[in-house]
Each structure stands twice: as structure tokens, then as C-alpha cells.
Write a protein that binds this ligand. Structure first.
Ligand code: NAI
Ligand code: 15L
Length: 268
């Protein structure tokens, strides 16, 4: 049966806000979870992923989990370790203890952000390309995908790991023309990931059907995902403002864009 009650972690965040507004139209009853309270959502669970008991309680009785909570940019290793690595482990342990059989994990293109981006007639990047994290953040997403595989192999918990490109209302850079996922396509993809049968651990890229796409959407489509959007209508304006991607610029040469070159954001 399709999951109905879904725990949405990271519900106060950018993507969490988009998804908590869009997913109910697909018939889900969402339970919200975040470190931060959410205006107008008094029933949301306000807790830290570090609190195992709170995570377990939040997971109790749901049919599936969409796990978005965590640090979403580069940070110190210690912070990434706590929120993304230990936090995601707590979510999987809670799912095992409470018998939740399906997780949708917000992985990221930064799990393989060091991969050269396709240029010219280069083939699209397949899902089985080696992971090459570009940051501690990307490393935590690579860990999350391995954790998902482990919990499937050892405990039978299914996961769709969605290597999200950039899910924002509009693309705001030339790189994003290739990796953008419209919020509506994001909701379609999460719905497919929640309802497809026998996914085991499936890895998919998360984006719209962009004209300038860099990766292969076939595993996402195999779940039943049919993207409806394309960033191309935004291309002329963004390219006029920012210029085409420059292959000589290291921040334009790899999948992870500026995550590859920017100094890490040390949160002091
Ligand atoms: P965000 O930073 O806006 O939201 C993350 C949320 O997680 C925040 O509301 C924060 O309070 C919560 N959070 C952080 N640490 C927590 C903890 N220890 N316990 C409980 N809650 C905690 O990030 P965004 O953009 O909404 O991303 C959501 C997820 O999707 C993240 O895992 C991110 O890595 C992933 N992702 C997002 C992409 C995007 O385009 N928005 C691209 C690729 C991956
Ligand atoms: C991510 O993983 C980040 O969470 C998001 O904020 C964007 O920076 C996105 O990748 C991207 O690559 O554009």
C-alpha cells in the first residue's frame, strides 16, 4: 500500500517548506520535524536529530520518512558529523526499531561534486559513477547513501537516495540551468520515491528535465517520475547576466560548482 503518514524531517528549511506545502496534494498526512519551530504548525516536533529518543518517538507510527534535516552547506567536520552523519544514523535506527520500511533520503550532487561536468557531446553522468565528494558536506551525503544500502541489505529498510541538484523556486545561476529541480518536480519525484514498489536501495538524480541536463534521470523515471519542467526559459536572462560557464574556471568545471573551490564555511 502507498504510504500515507509521512515524517518530514527538516520541515522548517527551504526544501522542507516547499515540500510541506506541495506533498499534501498527493494525499499525504505529514508529521513535521525540525530543530526550529514552524510558524502556524503547533503540532510540529521541535527536536534535534541528536536526541535519539525524540527521533524514535517522531518516527513511531509513520508509514515512511522523507529525511531532509541536516546541515545543507559546508561546515566544520564536527558539525557535519553530528547533524548529518550521526543524525541520519539515528533516523535509520529509529526506523528499524519502529518498523518503518521506506525512507527517502535527501542526498546531494555534492556526493560526487568533484566529478567533471559534461561538456559538448560528453555522455550524461550515470548514477553508478564513482562518488567523489567535494566537501565534508558531500562526504556526509556519500555516507548517507552507504548507510541506506546497509540498512536495506541488513535490515530490509528501503530507501530512495535522491541526489538533489538545486531545488529552489527558480534557477539563479547558469550552473543551475543544468541541475535545477523545480519544486513541483521535486514533489513529483518524492511522491514517486514514496510509492514505487520494490525499490531496495535506489539512487536517483533529482532534477527537472532540463535542456542542459548533466546527469541521467533514467533511474528516477523508472520509479514513475515524470518531470514536467525545464530551466531553459530562464537561460537567456541568466546567461546575459552571468555569461556562459567557462571551462577554464575551476568553479565551473565540476558538478559541484563553487562547492569545489570556495573555502569551507567555518561557522565561528
Ligand atoms: P535548509 O538548511 O534550508 O534546511 C535544513 C533544515 O534542517 C533546517 O530547517 C534545519 O533547522 C534542520 N536541521 C538542521 N540540523 C538539524 C538537527 N540536528 N536536527 C533537526 N533539524 C535539523 O536546507 P534545504 O535546502 O531545505 O535542504 C534540505 C535537505 O536537502 C538537506 O539535507 C540538504 O542537504 C538536501 N539538499 C538540498 C538541496 C537544495 O537544492 N535545496 C540540494 C541537495 C541536497
Ligand atoms: C546542495 O546540496 C545544497 O544543500 C543546496 O543549498 C544547493 O547549494 C545545491 O546543493 C546546489 O548544488 O546548488
Amino acid at each position: 500500500p502507498a504510504p500515507r503518514t509521512v515524517l518530514l524531517t527538516g520541515a522548517a528549511g527551504g526544501l522542507g517548506t516547499l515540500m510541506r506545502n506541495l506533498l499534501p496534494a498527493f494525499g499525504y498526512d505529514l508529521r513535521l520535524f525540525d530543530l526550529r519551530p514552524i510558524d502556524g504548525e503547533p503540532d510540529a516536533v521541535v527536536a534535534d536529530l541528536a536526541d535519539r529518543d525524540a527521533v524514535r518517538e517522531a518516527v513511531r507510527g509513520v508509514d515512511a520518512i522523507v529525511h531532509l534535516a541536516g546541515i545543507s552547506l559546508e561546515a566544520s567536520f564536527e558539525k557535519i558529523l553530528k547533524a548529518n552523519i550521526e543524525g541520519t544514523y539515528h533516523v535509520y535506527e529509529a526506523a528499524r526499531e519502529e518498523g518503518v520500511g521506506r525512507i527517502v533520503f535527501a542526498s546531494s550532487n555534492h556526493a560526487l561534486g568533484w566529478t567533471p561536468r559534461p561538456q559538448g557531446d560528453d555522455p550524461l553522468i550515470p548514477v553508478d559513477a564513482p562518488r567523489r565528494p567535494d566537501t565534508f558536506y558531500g562526504l556526509s551525503k556519500s555516507f548517507g547513501e552507504d548507510l541506506a544500502q546497509f540498512y536495506w541489505d541488513k535490515h530490509g529498510i528501503e530507501t530512495v537516495s535522491v541526489r538533489i541538484g538545486s531545488c529552489f523556486p527558480e534557477p539563479t545561476s547558469v550552473r543551475m540551468l543544468s541541475v535545477w529541480m523545480s519544486p513541483a518536480d521535486g514533489a513529483r519525484l518524492f511522491h514517486a520515491a514514496l510509492t514505487a514498489e520494490d525499490v531496495g536501495h535506489t539512487v536517483v538524480y533529482g532534477s527537472s528535465a532540463n535542456t542542459r541536463l548533466w546527469w541521467d534521470l533514467s533511474t528516477a523515471r523508472a520509479l514513475g517520475y515524470e518531470p514536467c519542467d525545464d530551466s531553459e526559459p530562464y537561460a537567456a536572462k541568466l546567461i546575459a547576466e552571468q555569461g556562459e560557464l567557462d571551462p577554464e574556471n575551476p568553479a565551473h568545471a565540476r558538478l559541484g560548482g563553487h562547492f569545489v573551490t570556495d573555502p569551507p564555511i567555518w561557522p565561528y
